[in-house]
Every structure is written in structure tokens, then in C-alpha cells.
Design a protein around this ligand. Structure first.
Ligand SMILES: [Zn+2]
Length: 469
């Protein structure tokens, strides 16, 4: 009797015992909710890579940028909500190109926990207004979270669900598929296209035959494939027609001695990477190949950083058990791991600068995996800071993190830059990232489709939740 009772209780849906599981929607997180809003006396870094403009006013009208220019010249419509924002900088909403809705579990076998609750809020609170998931582990959950955000049931960025993983035999991750050949890869692509996939992620053990079949099926539907590859080198993938490569040269295996076709050689070591001359002919030839084939690269420096500065906001966001596990791991990091992390970032930045110099399109993303240091949204900001530490200007780094992603997505007429007619996806920063890149973290307001979200309220709502859900 007792167990029957428990079974019955356990199956009462949440909706019957509460006011509806997804209340209260987005309203409680809105700080600015007027149809017409004027952001007055702001500095604008417009995402195009051009120098900042001082003392500007931006008028938002029903979700679009309606006017923009010198504060003394832009007419403010009657009835507009005026926000005096001298000392603030407005940048386009970040277009996060290597996002995930999962986070490592820290112990046991390598499992990743779906973070459909806290991560969309973290992305939005950090200024990410468009997030492409570079791989899913619960594709249905990701697809449905996107629908819930679009329906206004919960706060979050515009989401583009890049379904993965197209993974071959030998994966370290038991949550991933185990493709049995090209036919299986084709079926995977076709199935998830029908379910609403935006694009696909290929992974470390995929074979050339499987990737070829997946590319043919995806491209036939007008969908793109990105890859975190290992079994296949960058030049091979470019020749096959891949659209995008994640992480950059830090994961490219083609320069390793003894690389066997279709075999992931345990990933390139930092020693291999250290030896690579980014201005030498082999790497330059690879870069030319990527540029010629219009293969876009996603910078994910934050996930390579083994021990970034420990921030209070990170501590506040993590669930107590997750934080304890994270800090224990962090305390035990051997010096050699820290040195390798620094070398990987330095060499990857050398590559990224060379790639951009050669005309390559570089985008950026967070990748909230690794050892857990890069949390959704915070990691996107950190990535921009690391780009600047490696020699990109703040304006260039912001361009990489906004307009370049929009361009690759074919959405640059709507998002990724600030101009009249564009979506009012805007981030208001308290400070000047062009002078001090850490100000990219001082998010005061995030406009998505013209609605202004309060990042503090979003962060309050996920306090102690990261690592949990
Ligand atoms: Zn990833």
C-alpha cells in the first residue's frame, strides 16, 4: 500500500500542485518595458569594428532601432521612456557561437547535466542575446527550451539549436551517439532536421565517410555543420566542405607526426602546439585553405583557461556541492596544468590573429564545459577579455563576438550590429570597454527585441543553481 501511494504521489505533475511550472514568465525580469525607449548620451561600439562614437542617443521603437546619432540631433518621440545613460556604453547583443545548455557533473564518469533553467538566464544576464548551441546532449530538451523562451514562458536569448553530436566510435562521453557509418550519419541529420535542428555539430571520432554523408544531407537541406574535430584535420574538413571549425588550432591534429587517417590521436598535446610556427608555411597554407573554402573559426579561449580569477558572481551562481567539487579540483591543479593552459591560450591567440589577418572570419563562444571554469555567459565575456589580452583591440574583440557570428548565421541584417532598422538586441554597460575591457562584465541592462532585462534579477533567480539544473 505504502509504495503504491508513493508511486501515485510521484506521478502528480508539477502543474497540478503549483500555479503552472513555468510561471512567472519574463515580466518579473523586465526593467524597461515601454514600446518606445531612448538611451541618451551613451557611447556606442556598434559591432562593425569601427571606433566608438561618443555622446549618442539610440531610440528603440517596438523592438527595433528606430533612430541613432548625436544626442543633440536625434529627435526623441513624445511619450518615449528616456534613460539618461552618460558614462555608459551600448554594444550589440553578443552572438554566442559556442554555447551549450549543459555543464560538467565534476565527478564519476564524464556526464554533463542539462542546464535548461539557469543557463538561458546566465547567457541573457551576461549580454548574450543570440546563442548557438555548438552541440546538444538532450536535443529534445534544447529544442523545447528554445520554444519556451520564444513563447515568453521563461527568459533567455534567441536560441539556435545546433544538434549533436555526430560522433564516431571511441568517444569519451557516454551521452553521445556512436555512429555506425555514413548511412547512420545521414539518418541522424535527416531525423533532427525534421525535429527542428538549426545546424549540426560533428565530433572528435567521426570518420571522413561519416562526415561526408552528414555534410551532403545537411547541405541538401540548407543546414550547416560545425565540428570539434580530431580524427579529421582542418584541411581535410575544409576540402570536404565543412562550414565552421570550433576551438581553432588548439584541437587541429593534422600537424602531429604519425597522424593516421580517420583516427583521433588522443588530441594534440601542448608540446605539439608549442612547436607550431603560426607564420610558418604549413600553418599559413592551412589558414589560406580555410579562408578559400570560407570555413569560419570559433574562438573558445575561456574553456582553455584552467583557473581564471575566481569571481564572487561565479561563487554565488554555483550550487554548494558543485562549488565544493570545483574548488577542490582547482586547489589540486598541478603547476604543469596551469602552464599548459597558458601556452594553449597564447598559441591559439597567435593562430586566431594570423587567421583574421589572412581574411578569415573569426567568431566567439563560451563552451561551458572543460573543468567548469567557463560558466554560461560569464565565459562569453571572459573570451572577449582573452581576445584583448592576445592583441585584438576591444573594438575588434566585440566585433568578433557580435557581427561576425551574425554574418556566419546569415542574420547580420537583423542582429550583431547597431544600426537603424536592426533588432533592438543591445547591451548597456556601465563603463567603457574600449578603455578597460573588464567593463564588458558590468552589464546594467540587456535589451532583447526592445525589452530591457535586469541582469541582477536574472542572476538572483539562479543563485546556487549552476551544477544542479
Ligand atoms: Zn563545446
Amino acid at each position: 500500500m505504502r509504495s503504491q501511494f508513493l508511486v501515485i504521489v510521484a506521478f502528480v505533475p508539477l502543474a497540478l500542485v503549483a500555479q503552472g511550472p513555468f510561471e512567472p514568465g519574463v515580466k518579473p525580469f523586465l526593467e524597461v518595458d515601454a514600446p518606445v525607449v531612448a538611451l541618451e548620451h551613451v557611447r556606442i561600439i556598434d559591432g562593425t569594428g569601427t571606433p566608438p562614437l561618443e555622446d549618442q542617443t539610440v531610440v528603440i521603437d517596438h523592438g527595433r532601432v528606430a533612430a541613432l546619432g548625436r544626442a543633440s540631433e536625434v529627435p526623441i518621440p513624445d511619450g518615449a521612456q528616456k534613460l539618461p545613460l552618460a558614462g555608459h556604453t551600448v554594444i550589440p547583443g553578443i552572438v554566442g557561437m559556442h554555447e551549450h545548455l549543459f555543464y560538467p557533473s565534476f565527478s564519476g564518469i564524464p556526464l554533463y547535466i542539462e542546464h535548461g533553467f539557469s543557463f538561458p538566464r546566465l547567457y541573457l544576464a551576461s549580454g548574450v542575446t543570440t546563442a548557438r548551441t555548438a552541440g546538444t546532449l538532450e536535443a529534445y530538451t534544447d529544442l523545447n527550451i528554445k520554444k519556451m523562451i520564444d513563447a515568453g514562458k521563461m527568459p533567455g536569448p534567441h536560441m539556435l539549436i545546433c544538434v549533436g553530436y555526430l560522433e564516431g566510435k571511441g568517444s569519451f562521453a557516454p551521452q553521445m551517439p556512436d555512429l555506425t557509418g555514413p548511412e547512420d550519419a545521414r539518418r541522424f541529420v535527416e531525423y533532427w532536421a525534421a525535429e527542428g535542428a538549426h545546424s549540426y555539430k560533428a565530433y572528435m571520432h567521426i570518420t571522413r565517410a561519416e562526415l561526408e554523408a552528414a555534410l551532403a544531407a545537411a547541405h541538401a537541406r540548407g543546414l550547416k555543420i560545425t565540428g570539434h574535430l580530431c580524427s579529421i584535420g582542418f584541411r581535410e574538413a575544409a576540402a570536404m566542405g565543412i562550414d565552421n571549425l570550433e576551438h581553432g588550432i588548439a584541437v587541429d591534429t593534422e600537424f602531429m607526426s604519425g597522424k593516421q587517417p580517420d583516427v583521433c590521436p588522443n588530441g594534440p598535446t601542448v608540446d605539439d602546439l608549442e612547436k607550431l610556427d603560426m607564420n610558418g608555411e604549413p600553418v599559413q597554407q592551412m589558414i589560406r585553405d580555410l579562408v578559400e573554402h570560407h570555413v569560419v573559426v570559433t574562438s573558445t579561449l575561456a574553456v582553455f583557461e584552467a583557473a581564471p580569477p575566481l569571481q564572487q558572481r561565479f561563487v554565488d551562481a554555483l550550487a554548494p556541492d558543485a562549488l565544493r567539487n570545483y574548488l577542490t579540483g582547482r586547489d589540486q591543479l598541478p603547476d604543469v596544468v596551469l602552464r599548459r593552459s597558458a601556452t594553449r591560450i597564447r598559441k591559439e591567440l597567435e593562430f586566431e590573429r594570423a587567421f583574421v589577418k589572412a581574411g578569415g572570419l573569426l567568431m566567439a563562444g563560451c563552451d561551458p564545459t572543460g573543468n567548469g571554469s567557463a560558466v554560461a555567459g560569464f565565459g562569453d565575456q571572459r573570451n572577449i577579455e582573452l581576445l584583448v589580452s592576445g592583441g585584438f583591440t576591444a573594438v575588434e574583440a566585440i566585433h568578433i563576438a557580435t557581427q561576425n557570428g551574425a554574418k556566419f548565421l546569415g542574420m547580420d541584417d537583423r542582429i550583431g550590429s547597431i544600426a537603424v532598422g536592426r533588432n533592438a538586441d543591445l547591451v548597456v554597460l556601465d563603463g567603457n570597454p574600449a578603455a578597460r575591457i573588464a567593463d564588458i562584465e558590468k552589464v546594467e541592462l540587456v535589451f532583447k527585441d526592445g525589452a530591457g532585462y535586469d541582469p541582477a534579477k536574472l542572476l538572483d533567480s539562479i543563485r546556487g543553481q549552476v551544477g544542479f539544473h
